[in-house]
Design a protein. Structure first.
Length: 277
Protein backbone atom coordinates (compact mmCIF):
# COMPACT_ATOMS: atom_id res chain seq x y z
CA UNK A 1 0.00 0.00 0.00
CA UNK A 2 1.27 3.44 -0.96
CA UNK A 3 0.67 6.69 0.90
CA UNK A 4 -0.43 9.29 -1.64
CA UNK A 5 -0.70 12.18 0.82
CA UNK A 6 -1.16 13.05 4.48
CA UNK A 7 -2.36 16.41 5.79
CA UNK A 8 -3.02 17.54 9.33
CA UNK A 9 -6.61 18.66 9.87
CA UNK A 10 -8.52 19.43 13.10
CA UNK A 11 -5.65 17.87 15.01
CA UNK A 12 -5.91 14.58 13.13
CA UNK A 13 -4.56 13.29 9.83
CA UNK A 14 -6.36 13.17 6.49
CA UNK A 15 -4.62 10.52 4.45
CA UNK A 16 -5.04 9.23 0.92
CA UNK A 17 -3.76 5.75 0.12
CA UNK A 18 -3.45 3.59 -2.97
CA UNK A 19 -3.21 -0.18 -3.29
CA UNK A 20 -3.57 -3.09 -5.68
CA UNK A 21 -6.99 -4.58 -5.04
CA UNK A 22 -7.47 -8.33 -5.00
CA UNK A 23 -11.25 -8.07 -5.34
CA UNK A 24 -11.39 -5.38 -8.02
CA UNK A 25 -8.27 -6.51 -9.91
CA UNK A 26 -7.28 -2.88 -10.26
CA UNK A 27 -5.48 -0.14 -8.41
CA UNK A 28 -7.80 1.46 -5.82
CA UNK A 29 -7.52 4.69 -3.86
CA UNK A 30 -9.21 5.55 -0.56
CA UNK A 31 -9.24 8.41 1.93
CA UNK A 32 -8.94 7.79 5.67
CA UNK A 33 -9.27 10.48 8.33
CA UNK A 34 -7.75 9.63 11.71
CA UNK A 35 -8.91 11.92 14.52
CA UNK A 36 -6.41 13.18 17.12
CA UNK A 37 -7.61 10.53 19.62
CA UNK A 38 -5.98 7.88 17.39
CA UNK A 39 -2.62 8.96 18.78
CA UNK A 40 -3.64 7.43 22.11
CA UNK A 41 -5.12 4.15 20.85
CA UNK A 42 -7.59 2.52 18.48
CA UNK A 43 -10.64 4.58 17.50
CA UNK A 44 -13.98 3.44 16.02
CA UNK A 45 -14.38 3.45 12.23
CA UNK A 46 -17.19 5.08 10.23
CA UNK A 47 -17.54 4.11 6.55
CA UNK A 48 -18.81 6.71 4.07
CA UNK A 49 -19.91 5.30 0.70
CA UNK A 50 -20.16 7.87 -2.08
CA UNK A 51 -22.60 8.20 -4.95
CA UNK A 52 -22.57 7.98 -8.72
CA UNK A 53 -19.64 9.71 -10.47
CA UNK A 54 -17.66 10.08 -7.23
CA UNK A 55 -14.19 8.98 -6.28
CA UNK A 56 -12.87 9.01 -2.70
CA UNK A 57 -12.24 12.71 -3.22
CA UNK A 58 -15.70 14.31 -3.52
CA UNK A 59 -16.62 13.85 0.13
CA UNK A 60 -13.06 14.53 1.23
CA UNK A 61 -13.18 17.92 -0.51
CA UNK A 62 -16.82 18.88 0.06
CA UNK A 63 -18.30 16.70 2.82
CA UNK A 64 -16.94 18.69 5.79
CA UNK A 65 -16.73 15.66 8.08
CA UNK A 66 -13.40 16.26 9.82
CA UNK A 67 -14.42 18.74 12.53
CA UNK A 68 -17.16 16.40 13.82
CA UNK A 69 -14.99 13.29 13.41
CA UNK A 70 -12.24 14.94 15.47
CA UNK A 71 -14.70 16.11 18.10
CA UNK A 72 -16.15 12.62 18.56
CA UNK A 73 -12.93 10.66 18.09
CA UNK A 74 -14.18 8.68 15.10
CA UNK A 75 -12.12 7.68 12.03
CA UNK A 76 -13.83 8.11 8.64
CA UNK A 77 -12.98 5.94 5.64
CA UNK A 78 -14.06 7.07 2.18
CA UNK A 79 -13.50 4.40 -0.49
CA UNK A 80 -13.84 4.84 -4.23
CA UNK A 81 -17.12 3.86 -5.91
CA UNK A 82 -15.80 1.34 -8.46
CA UNK A 83 -12.72 -0.35 -9.82
CA UNK A 84 -10.56 1.97 -11.94
CA UNK A 85 -8.17 1.88 -14.85
CA UNK A 86 -7.78 1.41 -18.57
CA UNK A 87 -8.21 -2.38 -18.25
CA UNK A 88 -11.50 -2.10 -16.34
CA UNK A 89 -14.61 -2.36 -18.56
CA UNK A 90 -16.41 0.95 -18.71
CA UNK A 91 -18.89 3.09 -20.60
CA UNK A 92 -17.18 6.48 -20.43
CA UNK A 93 -20.23 8.39 -21.70
CA UNK A 94 -22.59 6.73 -19.22
CA UNK A 95 -22.41 8.13 -15.66
CA UNK A 96 -24.88 5.53 -14.36
CA UNK A 97 -22.78 2.46 -15.16
CA UNK A 98 -19.17 1.32 -15.06
CA UNK A 99 -16.37 3.33 -13.48
CA UNK A 100 -17.83 5.61 -10.81
CA UNK A 101 -20.99 3.49 -10.66
CA UNK A 102 -20.16 0.19 -8.98
CA UNK A 103 -23.41 0.09 -6.97
CA UNK A 104 -21.62 -1.86 -4.20
CA UNK A 105 -22.52 -5.21 -5.80
CA UNK A 106 -20.41 -8.23 -6.71
CA UNK A 107 -21.11 -8.54 -10.45
CA UNK A 108 -21.89 -11.98 -11.80
CA UNK A 109 -22.04 -11.25 -15.52
CA UNK A 110 -18.79 -12.48 -17.11
CA UNK A 111 -17.79 -9.13 -18.63
CA UNK A 112 -17.81 -7.41 -15.22
CA UNK A 113 -17.33 -10.18 -12.63
CA UNK A 114 -13.54 -9.88 -12.58
CA UNK A 115 -13.46 -6.23 -11.52
CA UNK A 116 -16.82 -5.07 -10.23
CA UNK A 117 -16.70 -6.64 -6.76
CA UNK A 118 -17.34 -3.58 -4.63
CA UNK A 119 -19.39 -5.49 -2.02
CA UNK A 120 -16.50 -7.83 -1.25
CA UNK A 121 -14.03 -4.95 -1.50
CA UNK A 122 -15.86 -2.95 1.19
CA UNK A 123 -16.81 -5.86 3.42
CA UNK A 124 -13.67 -8.00 3.25
CA UNK A 125 -10.63 -6.62 1.47
CA UNK A 126 -10.51 -3.07 2.73
CA UNK A 127 -11.13 -3.96 6.40
CA UNK A 128 -8.34 -6.57 6.15
CA UNK A 129 -6.05 -3.92 4.72
CA UNK A 130 -6.88 -1.35 7.40
CA UNK A 131 -6.70 -3.65 10.42
CA UNK A 132 -3.25 -3.60 11.89
CA UNK A 133 -1.99 -0.79 9.65
CA UNK A 134 -3.95 1.97 11.36
CA UNK A 135 -5.07 2.52 14.98
CA UNK A 136 -8.66 1.40 14.38
CA UNK A 137 -10.99 -0.57 16.63
CA UNK A 138 -12.51 -2.90 14.05
CA UNK A 139 -15.03 -4.15 16.62
CA UNK A 140 -16.69 -0.72 16.46
CA UNK A 141 -17.76 0.12 12.91
CA UNK A 142 -20.70 2.05 11.50
CA UNK A 143 -21.65 2.94 7.94
CA UNK A 144 -23.35 5.73 6.00
CA UNK A 145 -23.35 7.17 2.52
CA UNK A 146 -25.04 9.23 -0.15
CA UNK A 147 -27.45 8.25 -2.91
CA UNK A 148 -25.98 5.10 -4.55
CA UNK A 149 -23.68 4.96 -1.51
CA UNK A 150 -26.50 5.53 0.99
CA UNK A 151 -28.27 2.61 -0.56
CA UNK A 152 -25.05 0.59 -0.56
CA UNK A 153 -24.58 1.29 3.15
CA UNK A 154 -28.10 0.08 3.94
CA UNK A 155 -27.80 -3.14 1.89
CA UNK A 156 -24.35 -4.06 3.16
CA UNK A 157 -25.55 -3.62 6.75
CA UNK A 158 -28.88 -5.39 6.23
CA UNK A 159 -27.07 -8.52 5.07
CA UNK A 160 -24.58 -8.54 7.95
CA UNK A 161 -26.40 -8.25 11.27
CA UNK A 162 -24.10 -6.96 14.00
CA UNK A 163 -21.28 -5.97 11.68
CA UNK A 164 -22.16 -2.27 11.82
CA UNK A 165 -23.40 -0.65 15.01
CA UNK A 166 -25.42 1.95 13.09
CA UNK A 167 -26.50 2.84 9.55
CA UNK A 168 -27.58 6.14 8.06
CA UNK A 169 -27.94 7.70 4.64
CA UNK A 170 -28.22 10.98 2.79
CA UNK A 171 -30.78 10.74 -0.02
CA UNK A 172 -30.40 6.99 -0.59
CA UNK A 173 -31.77 5.31 -3.70
CA UNK A 174 -34.60 3.36 -2.05
CA UNK A 175 -35.27 0.72 -4.69
CA UNK A 176 -32.56 0.66 -7.39
CA UNK A 177 -33.87 -2.44 -9.13
CA UNK A 178 -36.90 -0.48 -10.37
CA UNK A 179 -35.45 3.03 -10.73
CA UNK A 180 -34.58 4.28 -14.21
CA UNK A 181 -31.03 5.36 -13.37
CA UNK A 182 -29.99 2.08 -11.75
CA UNK A 183 -32.07 -0.68 -13.35
CA UNK A 184 -29.83 -1.00 -16.41
CA UNK A 185 -26.73 -1.25 -14.23
CA UNK A 186 -28.31 -4.08 -12.22
CA UNK A 187 -29.06 -5.94 -15.45
CA UNK A 188 -25.53 -5.48 -16.76
CA UNK A 189 -23.81 -6.44 -13.48
CA UNK A 190 -26.18 -9.18 -12.30
CA UNK A 191 -27.90 -10.55 -15.41
CA UNK A 192 -31.50 -10.70 -16.50
CA UNK A 193 -32.89 -12.79 -13.63
CA UNK A 194 -34.43 -10.09 -11.43
CA UNK A 195 -34.65 -12.52 -8.51
CA UNK A 196 -30.85 -12.18 -8.22
CA UNK A 197 -31.17 -8.41 -7.92
CA UNK A 198 -33.13 -8.67 -4.67
CA UNK A 199 -29.90 -9.38 -2.75
CA UNK A 200 -28.74 -5.86 -3.65
CA UNK A 201 -31.99 -3.93 -3.25
CA UNK A 202 -32.73 -2.42 0.18
CA UNK A 203 -36.53 -2.54 0.04
CA UNK A 204 -36.53 -6.07 -1.31
CA UNK A 205 -34.04 -7.24 1.30
CA UNK A 206 -36.34 -5.84 3.99
CA UNK A 207 -39.33 -7.58 2.36
CA UNK A 208 -37.26 -10.79 2.36
CA UNK A 209 -36.74 -10.62 6.13
CA UNK A 210 -33.46 -8.76 6.59
CA UNK A 211 -33.51 -6.25 9.45
CA UNK A 212 -31.72 -3.26 10.97
CA UNK A 213 -32.12 -2.14 14.58
CA UNK A 214 -32.84 1.41 13.34
CA UNK A 215 -32.15 3.68 10.37
CA UNK A 216 -31.53 7.43 9.98
CA UNK A 217 -32.17 9.10 6.61
CA UNK A 218 -31.93 12.76 5.60
CA UNK A 219 -33.50 13.77 2.30
CA UNK A 220 -33.83 17.18 0.63
CA UNK A 221 -37.30 17.96 -0.68
CA UNK A 222 -35.84 20.02 -3.55
CA UNK A 223 -33.73 17.08 -4.75
CA UNK A 224 -34.11 16.73 -8.51
CA UNK A 225 -33.79 12.94 -8.25
CA UNK A 226 -36.46 12.58 -5.56
CA UNK A 227 -39.48 11.37 -7.53
CA UNK A 228 -37.86 9.19 -10.19
CA UNK A 229 -34.63 7.96 -8.64
CA UNK A 230 -34.71 8.09 -4.86
CA UNK A 231 -38.36 7.56 -3.74
CA UNK A 232 -37.80 7.49 0.05
CA UNK A 233 -41.45 6.60 0.57
CA UNK A 234 -40.65 3.07 -0.67
CA UNK A 235 -38.09 2.71 2.11
CA UNK A 236 -40.56 4.21 4.55
CA UNK A 237 -43.25 1.67 3.57
CA UNK A 238 -40.81 -1.26 3.76
CA UNK A 239 -39.47 -0.19 7.18
CA UNK A 240 -42.99 0.35 8.52
CA UNK A 241 -44.15 -3.08 7.38
CA UNK A 242 -41.03 -4.69 8.88
CA UNK A 243 -41.07 -2.76 12.16
CA UNK A 244 -37.69 -1.12 11.51
CA UNK A 245 -37.56 2.25 13.32
CA UNK A 246 -36.80 4.78 10.56
CA UNK A 247 -36.11 8.46 11.19
CA UNK A 248 -36.71 10.15 7.84
CA UNK A 249 -35.89 13.87 7.97
CA UNK A 250 -37.31 15.68 4.95
CA UNK A 251 -35.22 18.85 4.66
CA UNK A 252 -37.01 21.79 3.07
CA UNK A 253 -35.24 23.39 0.12
CA UNK A 254 -32.20 21.09 -0.02
CA UNK A 255 -31.06 19.42 -3.24
CA UNK A 256 -28.91 16.34 -3.94
CA UNK A 257 -25.53 18.04 -3.72
CA UNK A 258 -22.73 18.22 -1.20
CA UNK A 259 -24.19 21.54 -0.02
CA UNK A 260 -26.98 19.36 1.42
CA UNK A 261 -24.72 16.57 2.66
CA UNK A 262 -22.27 18.90 4.40
CA UNK A 263 -25.14 20.69 6.15
CA UNK A 264 -26.23 17.52 7.96
CA UNK A 265 -22.87 15.72 8.08
CA UNK A 266 -22.13 16.67 11.71
CA UNK A 267 -25.59 15.46 12.81
CA UNK A 268 -24.97 12.05 11.26
CA UNK A 269 -21.49 11.71 12.72
CA UNK A 270 -22.77 12.63 16.20
CA UNK A 271 -25.57 10.05 15.82
CA UNK A 272 -23.11 7.33 14.84
CA UNK A 273 -20.60 8.35 17.52
CA UNK A 274 -23.26 7.87 20.18
CA UNK A 275 -23.74 4.29 18.98
CA UNK A 276 -20.02 3.63 18.63
CA UNK A 277 -19.26 4.41 22.28
N1 LIG B 1 -23.58 13.89 -13.62
C1 LIG B 1 -24.92 13.79 -13.18
C2 LIG B 1 -25.06 14.05 -11.69
C3 LIG B 1 -24.36 13.04 -10.88
C4 LIG B 1 -24.58 13.26 -9.40
O1 LIG B 1 -25.36 14.09 -8.97
N2 LIG B 1 -23.88 12.48 -8.60
C5 LIG B 1 -24.02 12.59 -7.20
C6 LIG B 1 -24.42 11.26 -6.64
S1 LIG B 1 -25.93 10.73 -7.43
C7 LIG B 1 -26.25 9.18 -6.79
O2 LIG B 1 -25.54 8.33 -6.52
C8 LIG B 1 -22.73 13.07 -6.59
O3 LIG B 1 -22.46 12.85 -5.44
N3 LIG B 1 -21.93 13.75 -7.40
C9 LIG B 1 -20.61 14.22 -7.02
C10 LIG B 1 -20.53 15.62 -6.53
O4 LIG B 1 -19.40 16.02 -6.17
O5 LIG B 1 -21.54 16.31 -6.44
C11 LIG B 1 -25.80 14.76 -13.93
O6 LIG B 1 -25.24 15.42 -14.78
O7 LIG B 1 -27.01 14.81 -13.65
Amino acid sequence: METVSTSKSFGGIQGVYRHESRECASEMTFALYLPPQAEDGPVPLLWYLSGLTCTHQNVMDKGEYRRAAAEHGVAVICPDTSPRGADVPDEPDNWQFGQGAGFYVDATEPAFARNYRMASYIISELPELLAGRFPLDMNRQSIFGHSMGGHGAITLALKRPGRFRSVSAFAPIAQPSTAGWSRTAFEKYLGQDEQAWRAYDATHLIEDGFRLPELLVDQGDADGFLDDGLRPWLLEEACKAAGIPLTLNMRAGYDHSYFFISTFMADHIAWHAERLK
